[in-house]
Write a new protein. Structure first.
Length: 149
């Protein structure tokens, strides 16, 4: 009987759930290639605007798609060699340093690799709490702090 009441309440809650955001459908006469080129151009413009700087730029290169794409765009549009940074983890399942190093060589960046192990994590977790002003569930905050020090 209690189980039945719990399920009924849960079903009532599910009925009231509404989407937070519904994207609008935009009709266009552009073909797929034209749309791809528009998206590419806008993305490249926004990346270049965000990384405008009078000083050398360093990029945290994880080996994933996002940081690889951003670093490639920046390296193509900067007169100087960019610097990339990555972390090498002792856990092979989470280590993407080889991918980061491969991408860094493809874009011609000056690549720096830092080793991040369990002892490093323990030390920097305590440091992170000194710098964060609110609770945070960002799993890369320790990596970011470590690479920026």
């Amino acid at each position: 009987m209690i189980y039945s009441d719990i399920n009924t309440n849960f079903i009532d809650v599910l009925k009231e759930i509404k989407p937070y955001y519904e994207p609008k459908q935009i009709l266009t006469d552009d073909d797929e290639l034209t749309l791809i080129n528009k998206i590419r151009t806008l993305t490249q413009e926004k990346i270049n605007d965000a990384y405008m700087s009078d000083v050398p730029i360093g990029i945290f290169l994880s080996g994933g798609v996002d940081s690889s794409y951003v670093s490639k765009i920046i390296s193509q549009n900067r007169p100087e060699q960019i610097q990339t940074f990555s972390l090498r983890f002792s856990n092979k399942w989470t280590d993407e340093a080889n991918l980061a190093m491969l991408h860094a060589s493809e874009i011609g960046s000056l690549h720096h690799e830092v080793i991040f192990n369990d002892n490093t994590l323990d030390f920097y977790l305590n440091k992170i709490y000194e710098h964060l002003d609110e609770p945070m569930a960002n799993s890369s905050s320790s990596n970011t702090l470590y690479i920026s020090c």
